[in-house]
Design a protein around this ligand. Structure first.
Ligand code: UD1
Length: 353
């Protein structure tokens, strides 16, 4: 079987790692196409290096642009690449513009398409990620759902017959990498003092960064916390803060550049809590049993909330130190799978060939 993975943004490189290993282990051919949506070394290459993924077969070097232009440029370039490689499946990951471009390019040329991380829904149609997910799911031939809840969303949209629960490949990569991190801790950025009580924070979603009033509200919320906040700065946040004249080094905030994946896991394991708008981080926090505050009106990962480890705070009105001094119910629950999702992905794809 020949699979062509289309990736372009940071979370997709993380998901790609276990899938690549599982495909190669089972003797399949795997072609990786990088759209170039994320291009900084700290947002892209470093993940390939740390997670043992070979360099992409092609990098389309699309880079940043408006949604339409970025997606359109990818669409055109991907059509050529997919036709040239003629894979059995195109595999699209998650919910970015690279995902949508892979889906549209495939469906137009009758290329068999599978979607990894299918069925997630925020039901918030203002999020670009939500359009990307819904459109990709409906275009796909095989839907690989990470959780039962995601599978049920697909069933509710009439997509049950093409859908499979495989587990979450982010659990695979987290468990494997954290084991290595414990044996061989990564060097942390300078200024990263060990042993102190701190919170890890990340903010990057368009709905939180692109409106100056909203972004100021979030920065002031973090700055006024009673706990030290280590803000890991995504390039979108850096660009918008600069554009709006907002200083990120204020109050309790210390800004840090983007972390490599092993560094991020170390930070999560040492932190007393996480404040974020990232989907991946909410889940990673839960897997590490680090409590989380999510600065959004809703989450796709509702299991983290129902199990008591994640609190939604869209209005920035819950006191960070109070939340993280609270009681967190111990749980063995594993809604995100057992660490073998990537092998199941390969099984489902082979079985449906
Ligand atoms: C994208 C995804 C989002 C995902 C996130 C993970 C979409 C619509 N959004 O958001 O679902 O959670 O990736 O990071 O696809 N930039 C750099 N260097 C880089 C990459 C980006 O400087 O390597 C800057 C550019 O100024 C760009 C901005 O960050 O305009 C935003 O990048 P973009 O690719 O539009 O989306 P993200 O916010 O990263």
């Amino acid at each position: 079987m020949k699979v062509l993975s289309v990736v372009g943004a940071r979370p997709q490189f993380i998901k790609l790692a276990p899938v690549h290993k599982a495909l190669v282990r089972s003797g399949n051919e795997h072609v990786i196409i990088h759209t170039g949506q994320h291009y900084d070394h700290s947002m892209s290459e470093i993940f390939f290096e740390d997670l043992g993924i070979p360099a992409p077969g092609e990098n389309l070097s699309i880079g940043s642009a408006s949604h339409a232009r970025q997606t359109g440029l990818m669409l055109e370039a991907l059509e050529t690449s997919i036709l040239r490689h003629a894979p059995d499946y195109v595999l699209a990951y998650g919910d970015t513009n690279s995902t949508l471009a892979a889906a549209l390019a495939s469906v137009k040329i009758h290329q068999r398409l599978a979607h990894l991380e299918a069925g997630l829904r925020s039901f918030n149609r203002l999020m670009p990620e939500e359009h990307n997910r819904v459109l990709t799911d409906h275009a796909s031939d095989i839907l690989l759902a990470p959780t039962e809840i995601a599978y049920n969303n697909l069933v509710n949209e009439g997509l049950g017959q093409r859908s499979y629960v495989v587990g979450d490949v982010m659990t695979d990569v987290l468990l494997e990498t954290f084991k290595k991190v414990q044996q061989n801790p990564p060097t942390m950025p300078t200024e990263w003092s060990i042993g102190s009580v701190f919170v890890v924070a990340t903010i990057h979603r368009q709905e939180n960064t692109d409106d100056p009033v909203r972004l100021r509200q979030i920065i002031e919320y973090l700055a006024s916390s009673q706990m030290e906040i280590r803000l890991i700065v995504h390039p979108r946040l850096a660009a918008k803060a600069q554009e709006f004249g907002l200083d990120l080094r204020i109050g309790k905030i210390t800004p840090y550049p983007a972390l490599a994946y092993p560094q991020l896991l170390t930070a999560l394991s040492e932190a007393v809590g996480v404040v974020t708008d990232s989907g991946g981080l909410q889940k990673e926090a839960f897997l590490m049993r680090t409590p989380c505050i999510t600065v959004r009106t809703e989450t796709e990962w509702v299991e983290t909330v129902s199990l008591g480890w994640n609190v939604l705070a869209p209005n920035c009105d819950v006191e960070i130190s109070q939340v993280f001094q609270g009681f967190y119910p111990p749980t063995d629950s594993a809604p995100f799978g057992d660490g073998n999702a990537a092998s199941r992905v390969v099984e489902v794809l082979s079985h449906n060939l």
